[in-house]
Design a protein around this ligand. Structure first.
Ligand SMILES: [Zn+2]
Length: 237
């Protein structure tokens, strides 16, 4: 169940100490902004080490030119060697990623992706700031309000006048180019994501199933994703 998974993760967060060496700055590393290479949609700003309970990742930050949104790429290991890279494209979900919401599966999916990349010792995670499938936090909570009254996740978006999914993935291309990543082994259950990435010229050579266990609060949501958004999810029903 989701709850036991979270408690074991929390336990690991407490139990696992991060070596001091991992937190020390690298005196020799040049200012990353010197390597800035402008892409079509994003401007690269800087990079640094980012210790997590699973691995010490490299965090790279970008600004989207059209709206000044800040986006993140985490990498681990040598991702620029031309070999396929285990990768996750994750859209921001404040309630799920940071506030432990059980209404969706975003938080556990994010954690699982980092765990799997760490286990492999190599990979990339693109963290895109498009909250609530692109409708923003305020509208997402308005949609939750409608769902509390009986609408499903797709109906709620439609009642608010939004398409079921407004996410876009074109900014990934700039991130991948910046990091020298050529081919992806993509962790996802979302066929639209694979199709969209391929359409914009990103080479997804493998789809890696990325399913987490449901919980009593998100069973309906996961079922809607499967039935109405065509996600590859197996259910217990
Ligand atoms: Zn979520």
């Amino acid at each position: 169940m989701g709850s036991s998974r979270i408690s074991s993760l929390q336990q690991r967060l407490i139990m696992q100490s991060i070596p001091d060496a991992a937190l020390a700055p690298e005196p020799d590393s040049p200012p990353s902004t010197e390597q800035a290479k402008p892409g079509a949609l994003l401007d690269y700003v800087s990079s640094s080490r980012l210790p997590t309970p699973w691995a010490v990742f490299e965090i790279h930050v970008f600004v989207e030119r059209s709206n000044q949104k800040e986006h993140v790429l985490l990498t681990l290991g040598d991702v620029a060697d031309g070999q396929p890279v285990l990768a996750r494209v994750h859209s921001e979900c404040l309630t799920g990623d940071a506030l432990f919401s059980l209404r969706c599966d975003c938080g556990p999916q994010l954690q699982l992706a980092l765990e799997r990349i760490a286990k492999e010792g190599r990979g990339a995670l693109m963290y895109l700031r498009q909250e609530g499938r692109g409708i923003g936090l305020l509208n997402k909570i308005r949609a939750y309000h409608l769902q509390d009254q009986g609408a499903d996740t797709v109906e709620a978006n439609e009642q608010l006048g939004f398409p079921a999914d407004m996410r876009r993935y074109d900014i990934c291309k700039d991130m991948l180019e910046h990091a020298g990543i050529q081919k992806l082994r993509l962790m996802t259950n979302n066929p639209r994501k694979v199709k969209t990435l391929q359409e914009i010229g990103i080479d997804v050579v493998e789809r890696v199933p990325h399913q987490i266990e449901g919980n009593p609060f998100n069973a309906g949501y996961l079922n809607t994703k499967r039935l109405r958004l065509g996600h590859w999810l197996e259910t217990d029903e």
